[in-house]
Design a protein around this ligand. Structure first.
Ligand SMILES: Cc1cc2nc3c(=O)[nH]c(=O)nc-3n(C[C@H](O)[C@H](O)[C@H](O)COP(=O)(O)O)c2cc1C
Length: 168
């Protein structure tokens, strides 16, 4: 049995300690790739059919509206079967206090019975917010382990922390 990482991550303009910067690779993706390096996990990136704006301010506006509507944005491609995995890492940025809505679209399609779930989040100060409560609903039947919370600006400095968390 092998491991799987299901994650969402957005490149483009983002805030780093109060400063707007353009990044080619999203923060959560950096962590997802460390996990792949340490565990040989398969990676599945959740991508909405309609991309979020690269402009930060536009993006936070679109994301807020989606959350208010409890939307389930369509995905470019979705994963339907995780029966061949036993540990599933679930990673996402904190968006307005919880997971980005495309993660709801994806996770609701999957059967988590008997799986071990290890959640990780990147954020700009709010940690997991209320996402752990949402994950309990989204991953019913899973054994949800201790989560890993990483400030977005420090993803290139936390490889050892990620390794220690994987080994917990
Ligand atoms: C739409 C949007 C909403 C966000 N909401 C929050 C938030 O509520 N709390 C927080 O700490 N950070 C928030 N952030 C910051 C991101 O969580 C943080 O920059 C994260 O590391 C981005 O990960 P990514 O590069 O993998 O997409 C938000 C960012 C965006 C784009």
């Amino acid at each position: 049995m092998s491991d799987l990482v299901i994650y969402f991550s957005r490149s483009g303009e983002n805030y780093f300690g109060g400063e707007l910067k353009n990044i080619e690779k999203g923060n959560t993706e950096v962590i997802a790739e460390y996990i792949q390096e340490f565990t040989s996990a398969d990676l599945f990136k959740v991508e909405p059919a309609v991309e979020y704006p690269a402009d930060y301010m536009e993006c936070i506006d679109v994301a807020k509206k989606e959350q208010q509507k409890d939307a389930r944005p369509e995905l470019k491609q979705s994963l339907d079967d995780i029966s061949s995995y036993d540990t599933v890492y679930i990673g996402f940025p904190n968006w307005w206090g919880t997971l980005p809505m495309p993660m709801f679209t994806q996770l609701e399609k999957l059967d988590f019975n008997g799986k071990t779930v290890k959640p990780f989040v990147t954020h700009e100060g709010s940690g997991f917010g209320s996402s752990q409560k949402d994950l309990k609903k989204l991953c019913q039947g899973a054994d949800i382990k201790n989560g890993l919370s990483i400030p977005g600006a420090s993803v290139y400095d936390v490889k050892d922390t990620v390794k220690a968390w994987i080994d917990e």
